[in-house]
Each structure stands twice: as C-alpha cells, then as structure tokens.
Write a protein that binds this ligand. Structure first.
Ligand code: AMP
Length: 216
C-alpha cells in the first residue's frame, strides 16, 4: 500500500489528474472524488444542482465555492473515504481550501499529501482540445491515447464525444481561471509542508512512476 492516501491532486485542466487517478485506482482502493465528474452527473440527471452548475461549466467558470464544498463535505462522510481518497479537481480556490480543512476536521481526517501536476500551457491546450470522453467514464486523446477504433470506446463500445468545455476557446478560459484562482493554492500547501510536484509533461508511465515515488 502507498504510505500517503488522503490526497489532493492539484493542477491545471489537462494536466492528467483524472488519468493518473484512474491508474492509481487500478492498484489501490481509494475513493475517487472528482468534483467535475460529480457535477457532470448532476447535469445528466437534470438535478437542481446540475441546472445551476451547467451555465458556469459551459463558460469554463467555477461553480460557486459553497456548492462544490458542500458536495465534497458530504462525500467525505461516506465510509469508503475512511480507506483513503483522491480529491481530483478540488479545492480550486483558496476559499475552497479553507472549506476543505473544516470538512476534514469535522470528519476527523487530514490530508497526507497534495500532488501538484505541473505542465505548460501549450501541451495543456493540445491535450484538452484532443480529449475524447465516453459516457462510461473512459477518457482518450486523439493524439496521445487513441482508442483502438476511431471514435469508439475500447471499454464499452459506445461512441466517444468531446466535452463542450474542451473547445479551444473555453479551454483557454479555463486555464485563465486556473492561474487566477487555483494557482495560489500551490503556495498555500507548500507553506503547510505537504506539497509535492510531478512533471506532468512526461509520458503517462513516467509520470505515474514519479507519482508513486511521491506517495511513498
Ligand atoms: P473538471 O472536470 O475538473 O475539468 O471540471 C469541469 C468543470 O466543473 C470546471 O471547469 C468547473 O466549471 C466545474 N468544477 C469542477 N470542480 C470544481 C471546483 N472544485 N470548484 C468549482 N467548479 C468546479
């Protein structure tokens, strides 16, 4: 088992947080809490929360802190999180970082590590705009991780699609939001002494090896 298991994956969109979460989950039983995935499920189910969140997400903006932090706080109380968890895409603002601290305290937990996925804009935009998703949750990339059959999911055979917020224009907006609102969390966790960095420009296998090194 890895030594550090209450984890935050922090980094810009397209840095591979979801991809490496998936790989880690094949080996270790951690709860995967992706706020983006939870929100997309709410939209698909046309819940009130989903209807509220959709406008923000379509524009590449952040859903209000209290909404997302509330979702995470209740998810952390579920029993599987006691074995360890990956917070993928949360927190995304300093305020969310503080709300997370409160939620963890309430649940009697603390973070073991925050992994910062570092990659430059050029590669991030290339990855985001070439990303292909499947309803089953599988993620591919037209350039770097092609499905065996074009446009078809290897895992379930369904058709792949591009997320509306992965268009070039919205991807650029999301990066801007990241630098303005999320990047300050790097310093926040550095000061707390729990930040480790991985080079997310590396090919997947090498980035994964680096991740495991950081977690042990
Ligand atoms: P992701 O799948 O992590 O790229 O997230 C997709 C979109 O969901 C983001 O662009 C935001 O609109 C929304 N979202 C996901 N996580 C958060 C968060 N922690 N705070 C606010 N909005 C979020």
């Amino acid at each position: 088992m890895i030594k550090k298991k209450n984890l935050v994956f922090l980094g810009p969109p397209g840095a591979g947080k979801g991809t490496l979460s998936g790989q880690l989950l094949e080996e270790y039983s951690l709860a995967h809490i992706s706020t983006g995935d939870i929100l997309r499920k709410e939209i698909a189910n046309q819940t009130e929360l989903g209807i509220q969140a959709k406008d923000f997400m379509d524009k590449g903006q952040l859903v209000p802190d209290e909404v997302v932090a509330g979702m995470v706080a209740s998810r952390l109380m579920e029993s599987d999180c006691g074995e360890g968890f990956i917070l993928d895409g949360f927190p995304r603002t300093l305020n969310q970082g503080k709300l997370l601290e409160q939620a963890l305290k309430k649940a009697g937990m603390e973070l073991d590590a925050v992994i910062y996925f570092n990659a430059g804009d050029e590669l991030l935009l290339q990855r985001l705009t070439a990303r292909l998703n499947c309803k089953c949750g599988a993620v591919y990339n037209k350039l770097f991780m092609k499905p065996a059959k074009e446009g078809i999911c290897d895992k379930c055979g369904d058709s792949l699609f591009q997320r509306p917020d992965d268009s070039l224009e919205t991807a650029k907006d999301r990066l801007e939001v990241y630098y303005k609102l999320t990047e300050p969390l790097i310093e926040y966790y550095k000061v707390k002494g729990i930040l480790s960095e991985i080079d997310s420009e590396l090919p997947k296998a090498e980035a994964y090896a680096m991740l495991l090194e950081r977690l042990n």
